[in-house]
Design a protein around this ligand. Structure first.
Ligand code: GLU
Length: 507
């Protein structure tokens, strides 16, 4: 059997969209399941849309996710180069081949002429029904064509689509798709202006030369598939034509229409894996990595957007996903981008990390913060253990944990009104005395002593505990109170109580 070879073939036109990451992941899962090759090919033949930095961004995404390519511009390989702009010369001979065989022709129509035609003819399409009326090598005498080229006139090469043929695309997800060739236009395959092929030609030639066996890509490319099948035919490569699989679209969380960056902005979630700074406008788009999303969670979440393992299993390691993956279990209908579910996955994966690992990640992210967590790593590890069940993103950690390191200087207004009672200053002053008498300041012992005191005095438990928490945290959040006192210690607990009594008494 032929070795399975798949490629992820992005065009470096900006930051890679989350849907592109899903496409790459499915290629990866499929390749690894078949013990085949996963290849990165950069499709940068559209010089107009090229964006600097986009290729590096793509490579960084996959190194963050831990999906490594077997071949690609950054790792090399037997079929190099993997950047289409470096394969210019290769494509030229294939353009020649089609021209010679009469499967393509040269066209000189200027953009202005094409525009005029479009205004003149409703729904104008450059095809068998109109090509005879245009300026091309089918309508001009050969000598004229040669003379125009010799004089440096720019031209394009168009595919010659024969009308009224049935084109069949066999798709592993969608089944058989049949199209009448008359709906296709004579697409441009090559432009003399930059001596570069267009996407369609370069894509087919490279899939052929790189011995790609399966083309797994987004549904938005399905309309191009009949043209691609035609090209395989024209080149005489039908026997080695890869199998197609067009993945379902990622839909808005509400399910009505395609997911876009605007949905992310509107609902507050990134649509890019990594943060991206637009090289022209400087505009920053948020990324999952910067938000504190774990790569494992990202992979698990994306793996289930358009595929299911055939059971209810939701938490899947990359290993599991590879073992269970099959294109037959990919759905035809669009997958709602349920970002809340994505948050749930991240929360789950955070719980699976050890406190040490999370503390380390936290320090790597927040190098500019209060130096205390860095200097007291043991304390940080304990704190992480106490608050991790409350966080969705790593970026939530500091918000949940900062009070362990920094004493509150202000107190949440609403909590004060609700929780600070007229008797609080006096009771907390008495509490200070009790705490000072405790030698073993462990959570368990402190709790026991304080509870005994409250019971013996017949104080209102809730009132004391709420005012106590307010003094320690500055608001009503946080884990078990005596876990906090144990970690910050006796001296700091007393100092925070004293400060609260002083500040809140003035009110
Ligand atoms: N360059 C195309 C893209 O940007 C590749 C589509 C394909 O996989 O054929 O997605």
């Amino acid at each position: 059997m032929k070795r399975t070879r798949v490629r992820f073939a992005p065009s470096p036109t900006g930051p890679l969209h989350i849907g592109g990451v899903r496409t790459a992941l499915y290629n990866y899962l499929f390749a690894k399941k078949q013990e085949g090759d996963f290849i990165l090919r950069i499709e940068d033949t559209d010089s107009q849309r090229f964006v600097p930095g986009a290729e590096d961004y793509i490579i960084e995404v996959f190194s963050w996710l831990g999906l490594s390519f077997d071949e690609g511009p950054h790792v090399g390989g037997k079929y190099a180069p993997y950047r289409q702009s470096e394969r210019k010369e290769i494509y030229k001979q294939y353009v020649e081949q089609l021209l010679k065989a009469g499967k393509a022709y040269i066209a000189f129509d200027t953009p202005a002429q094409l525009e005029a035609k479009r205004t003149e003819v409703a729904n104008f399409q450059y095809d068998a029904s109109t090509r005879e009326t245009m300026t091309n090598s089918l309508t001009l005498p050969e000598a004229d064509v040669q003379q125009r080229i010799a004089s440096g006139e720019q031209y394009v090469v168009r595919i010659k689509i024969e009308p009224n043929q049935t084109i069949v695309v066999n798709d592993l997800i969608r089944g058989q798709v049949t199209v009448n060739s008359s709906v296709l236009d004579d697409k441009v395959l090559y432009k003399s202006a930059d001596e570069l092929p267009t996407y369609h030609l370069a894509n087919i030639v490279d899939d052929h030369l790189m011995e790609i066996t399966h083309v797994i890509r987004g549904e938005e490319w399905l309309p191009s598939a009949p043209l691609h099948v035609t090209l395989y035919n024209y080149f005489g490569w039908t026997d080695t034509m890869p199998q197609f699989a067009h993945l379902p679209l990622l839909l808005k969380p509400e399910g009505n229409g395609k997911l876009s960056k605007r949905d992310g902005d509107r609902l507050g979630f990134p649509v890019f894996p990594l943060q991206w700074a637009d090289p022209v406008t400087g505009e920053i788009s948020s990324g999952y990595r910067e938000k504190g999303y774990l790569p494992e969670a990202m992979l698990n979440f994306l793996s289930l957007l358009g595929w299911n393992p055939g059971n209810d299993q939701e938490i899947l390691s990359l290993e599991d996903a590879i073992n269970l993956f099959s294109l037959e279990k990919c759905s035809k209908s669009g997958a709602k981008f349920d970002y809340k579910k994505g948050e749930w996955f991240n929360h789950q994966y955070i719980q699976q990390k050890s406190n040490e690992e999370l503390a380390e990640m936290f320090l790597n992210r927040h190098c500019g913060l209060d130096p205390q967590p860095r200097n007291d790593k043991d304390k940080l590890v304990k704190v992480v253990g106490l608050v991790k069940d409350r966080i969705t993103y790593l970026s939530d950690l500091w918000e949940q944990a900062s009070f362990f390191f920094i004493a509150p200087t202000t107190y949440d207004e609403k909590t004060v009104q609700k929780r600070w009672k007229p008797e609080s200053p006096e009771q907390l002053t008495e509490l200070i005395g009790i705490l000072q008498g405790i030698d073993d300041f462990s959570a368990q012992n402190t709790e026991q002593v304080v509870m005994q005191w409250i019971t013996s005095k017949e104080y209102h438990l809730g009132n004391i505990m709420n005012a106590f928490r307010l003094a320690l945290v500055g608001e009503s959040k946080g884990p078990h109170l005596f876990d906090i006192t144990e970690i910050i210690g006796k001296e700091e607990t007393v100092a925070r109580l004293e400060r609260a009594i002083k500040i809140l008494n003035i009110k």
